[in-house]
Ligand binder design. Structure first.
Ligand SMILES: Cc1ncc(COP(=O)(O)O)c(C=O)c1O
Length: 406
C-alpha cells in the first residue's frame, strides 16, 4: 500500500509520535510536524511586531498573514484575498452568520443539516431566530448516515437565503454531494456555506469545483496550529458588512477579522500547507503538489478504512455506525454492553487515542438515537497513521470484547 507514502519518513517528522501513543483522534485535532513547530518558533525568534508598522518585524508580520492567506487559498482552491483568518471555525462561522443575517428579512428561510457539527448549525439557527427567519432541516438517512442531496429540491424555496452544509461529517465521515446541493441552492438564489473542517484533512478541496460560496476549515485538523479560516470570493465579502471597530480596516478580507491575529500561528498555517504538499515527493506548484499528496492520502486512507472495518465488525458485539456511500478516513462504531466512553477509556489505557461521545455532532447523534446513550466511538486517520496502529486498535478491541486483559 505504501509505495509512494513513506510512512516512516512522515512519522519521523512528528515529535509527538515518539511517546508511542497511537493518535487515532485526528478529527479532534492532529499532531504537528517539526516544520510547523519551527515556523512558529522562528516567527517569535525573529521578532514579531504588530502589523502595519514601518519597521522590519512589523513587515514580517504583514508577510506572515499574506503567506497564510495564500497557503489556505492553495489548500482550498480559493483566492488569497478571499481568505478570512481567525482563531477557529466556530468563531468565524458566528461572525459570518452575524454578517449574513443583516441581509435577511423576516419570512426568509435557511436550510441547515442534521449531519453537521453543531458549529455549522447553531450559529445559523440563532441568527435566524433573531432575524425572524424560518429554519428548515435536511435529514440524514439514519441507517446509512447519508445526506441525500435530492431532498434539497424540496427544502430550498425562493425564500431561501442560505444553505449550510458539511462537506463531511466529523463523527461518521459521511461525505455529501456539495456540488449538487450548491446547484439547487444557487438556482433559487441562495448562498451556500460549506463546513470543510472534517473533509479538508482527507480530501482535496476545490472551492470552484464545489460551487460553494463559503468554505470553512480549521488548520489544527490538518497538522497545523489552532487557527481557522473561511474562504469566499472577495466580491461576495465586499457585499457583507460585519460589526467591527471604527478604526479597524474596512478592506476585505481584514474587515471580517477581529482584533490582533495569532501572528505566530500564521507562520504555522503556511508551514502546515507546505508539509501537506510535500507528503509525496515531486515537482510542481504548491497546488499541483497538494493535488498529488491528497490523491495518495485519500487512496491510502480509503484502503486502510476498508481493511479495518471487517476486522472490527468480525469481533463479537462490534457494530459500525452508519454505512456512508462516500466516507473520509473515519471509522465510527459501537460495542454491545460497553459504553463508548468506556471503550475510549480502555483504549486510552493502552495509549490508543480515540474520541467518544457526540463529538458535537449534536443533531446527528439525536437523529440516530445515540446522543443519550454516550454517542459512539470515533477512530480517525491522519497522514501519520501507521497500519500497525490500526493493528493495535483491532487487537485491543479483540481483547476488550473477549474480556481478556492482554
Ligand atoms: C466538522 C467540524 N466542523 C467544525 C468544527 C469546529 O471547528 P473549530 O474547533 O475550529 O471551531 C469541528 C471541530 O471539531 C468539526 O469537526
Amino acid at each position: 500500500m505504501d509505495t509512494i507514502w513513506d510512512i516512516e519518513g512522515i512519522r519521523s517528522q512528528y515529535p509527538a509520535l515518539k511517546d508511542g501513543t497511537a493518535f487515532l483522534d485526528g478529527a479532534g485535532g492532529t499532531q504537528v510536524p517539526e516544520s510547523v513547530i519551527e515556523a512558529i518558533s522562528d516567527a517569535y525568534r525573529s521578532g514579531l511586531s504588530n502589523v502595519n508598522g514601518p519597521w522590519a518585524a512589523s513587515r514580517r508580520s504583514d508577510r506572515l498573514i499574506d503567506s497564510a492567506r495564500a497557503a489556505v487559498a492553495d489548500l482550498t482552491g480559493g483566492q488569497a484575498d478571499g481568505v478570512v483568518l481567525g482563531p477557529n471555525m466556530t468563531t468565524l462561522t458566528y461572525r459570518l452568520a452575524g454578517a449574513l443575517a443583516k441581509t435577511w428579512r423576516a419570512g426568509d428561510e435557511i436550510v441547515v443539516s442534521e449531519l453537521d457539527h453543531d458549529s455549522n448549525v447553531r450559529p445559523w439557527v440563532q441568527a435566524a431566530a433573531t432575524a425572524g427567519v424560518t429554519v428548515r432541516w435536511a435529514r440524514v438517512d439514519p441507517l446509512t448516515t447519508d445526506l441525500p442531496a435530492s431532498q434539497y429540491a424540496e427544502l430550498v424555496t425562493p425564500r431561501t437565503r442560505l444553505v449550510a452544509v458539511a462537506a463531511a461529517s466529523n463523527l461518521v465521515g459521511t461525505m455529501t454531494d456539495v456540488p449538487a446541493i450548491c446547484a439547487i441552492a444557487h438556482a433559487a438564489g441562495a448562498l451556500v456555506y460549506v463546513d470543510g473542517v472534517a473533509a479538508a484533512p482527507h480530501v482535496r478541496l476545490d472551492l470552484p469545483a464545489m460551487g460553494a460560496d463559503f468554505l470553512a476549515v480549521s488548520a489544527y485538523k490538518w497538522c497545523g496550529p489552532h487557527a481557522g479560516a473561511v474562504v469566499a470570493s472577495p466580491g461576495l465579502l465586499e457585499a457583507l458588512h460585519p460589526d467591527k471597530l471604527a478604526p479597524s480596516t474596512n478592506a476585505v478580507p481584514g474587515r471580517f477579522e477581529l482584533g490582533t491575529a495569532g501572528l505566530a500561528n500564521m507562520a504555522g498555517i503556511s508551514a502546515a500547507v507546505d508539509h501537506l504538499a510535500d507528503l509525496v515527493p515531486g515537482e510542481g506548484s504548491r497546488r499541483e503538489r497538494l493535488d498529488r499528496s491528497f490523491a495518495a492520502l485519500t487512496a491510502r486512507e480509503d484502503a486502510m478504512v476498508r481493511a479495518t472495518i471487517p476486522r472490527l465488525t468480525g469481533l463479537p458485539g462490534v457494530r459500525m455506525v452508519g454505512a456512508p456511500t462516500r466516507c473520509t478516513g473515519t471509522i465510527c462504531f459501537l460495542v454491545d454492553l460497553v459504553s463508548p466512553g468506556d471503550v475510549a477509556a480502555r483504549l486510552g489505557e493502552r495509549d490508543i487515542a480515540v474520541w467518544s461521545g457526540h463529538t458535537y455532532a449534536w443533531e446527528l447523534t439525536r437523529a440516530m438515537g445515540i446522543r443519550d446513550t454516550g454517542g459512539a466511538v470515533r477512530v480517525s486517520l491522519s497522514p501519520y497513521t501507521a497500519e500497525s496502529e490500526l493493528d493495535r486498535l483491532v487487537s485491543a478491541m479483540a481483547s476488550m470484547v473477549s474480556g481478556s486483559p492482554a
